[in-house]
Write a protein of this length. Structure first.
Length: 417
């Protein structure tokens, strides 16, 4: 009996280990494909926003229409893709970016293609985006060479391939006969183990311990593998698909800010030589750099919310407004967050000769405190240097006057030696 028990335990351990390995592989592939899909589609929209910047001054209305349409369609595309791999229905609470801003014909066709025609919504939206891109290229809203623009189509295609691989994981389950064989062997082992352990251990407590440990361990691994086999769903152990959609919406909202058209330049006072760059002190955190807000005065946190929106009106305000919820199109409510930049320290052009007054140190910034301390030491050093130069100047003047007097006495009235 003990040999049969050992053989059954060995086979069961191997089978559950194989199932657990495959289940974790499916779970890891699921989260990898979701991140790749989001990265590919976000990169496509980011490239389109950057390409449209070249025609922004010549055709501002066409560029604005193109950008808003592409961002909304991508939000709908990503959310619809997550709905497909989650449960195949539209009962999930995914949020899209202001679908009511699209024209009525587009909204009607999106509903008609899904509800009555039975088309795949993701494929419909992707085709709409590609049509919009071709139209923008034709009308001049995208002033970019076609070979470069073709990269956007390839990126959208790779994202769709990742979606199909996710759907493959959802539609192709772990073989049912294999699962049933494991369940049957686990049941037999549960009945056989107490009998074998009672003959091996005369003490009841040892028999109970060595019966409970192997059965509990194998059953726990088997149920864990069952949870990991399907990473898409509504269970607590499934991937947080709603968080994926919220992060995608937040990334798309970032692309709609006016600051994204800013072209980065290098300060004229910066170091551009290789050796000087090596010897310069590296920047550890951007929060240590105090810069004013060049786009306008910052909004005070104590001001009312409506006043803050008047001070900094952007396209994000309109894009994030909550709209009436439609039967199958959910609108995301995104607020505008105002960030107040700290004021830079003011350097005196003519430092006093006494010790400079102590600078105020913010209590909530360790990096700012270190910067102010270094700045205070620099001012004290400059003040000491100025005092030393003044003292040395007076000493030199007295010495030169004394030497001139001695030279005049030596030369005499006639100037002869």
């Amino acid at each position: 009996g003990s040999q049969l028990w050992a053989a059954l335990t060995t086979v069961l351990m191997f089978s559950i280990s194989f199932r657990t390995n495959k289940a974790y592989g499916r779970f890891w592939d699921g989260t990898t494909l979701l991140h790749q899909m989001r990265g590919e589609w976000f990169d496509a929209v980011s490239c389109l926003i950057a390409f449209s910047m070249l025609a922004k001054q010549a055709k501002p209305n066409e560029v604005a229409d193109f950008r808003h349409a592409v961002v909304r369609l991508m939000s709908l595309c990503h959310g619809s893709a997550l709905e497909e791999i989650q449960d195949g229905t539209e009962t999930s609470d995914f949020e899209f970016l202001d679908m009511t801003a699209l024209d009525p014909i587009t909204l009607w066709y999106l509903r008609e293609s899904k509800e009555n025609l039975g088309f795949n919504r993701v494929e419909v939206v992707i085709h709409m985006m590609q049509t919009k891109i071709v139209h923008a290229q034709e009308t001049g809203a995208l002033k970019i060479p076609p070979p470069i623009l073709s990269r956007v189509f390839q990126t959208i295609s790779r994202g769709q391939v990742n979606l199909m691989n996710c759907k493959k994981i959802k539609s192709t389950l772990f073989p049912f006969p294999y699962v049933q064989a494991i369940a049957l062997m686990l049941l037999i082992l549960t009945v056989q183990t107490p009998i074998v352990m009672s003959g091996m251990f005369p003490q009841k407590h040892w028999g109970f311990i060595f019966t409970f440990i192997p059965i509990f361990s194998l059953a726990a691994l088997n149920y864990t593998a069952g949870e990991l086999e399907m990473p898409f769903g509504h269970d607590n152990n499934d991937l947080p698909l709603k968080s994926f959609q919220d992060e995608m919406n937040n990334s798309l909202m970032m692309l709609m800010r006016d600051e994204n058209d800013h072209v980065v330049t290098v300060d004229k006072r910066s170091t551009k030589e290789y050796k000087s760059l090596l010897s310069s002190q590296p920047t550890k955190r951007l929060s240590m750099i105090s810069t004013p807000n060049p786009l306008g005065s910052p909004v005070d946190d104590s001001e009312p919310e409506d006043q803050a929106q008047k001070v900094q009106p952007t396209v994000e305000t309109k894009l994030g407004q909550r709209q009436p919820k439609q039967p199958d199109l959910v609108v995301m409510d995104v607020g505008v967050t105002s960030v107040t930049s700290p004021k830079p320290p003011v350097v005196a052009t003519d430092p006093p000769r006494q010790a400079a007054p102590a600078l105020s140190v913010p209590a909530d910034s360790k990096g700012q405190a270190e910067m102010n301390h270094s700045f205070q030491e620099l001012i004290n050093h400059i003040a000491s240097l100025a005092q030393a130069i003044n003292k040395n100047t007076e000493t030199i003047a007295v010495t030169m006057a004394r030497d001139a007097t001695d030279l005049a006495d030596y030369l005499g009235p006639s100037g002869d030696t």
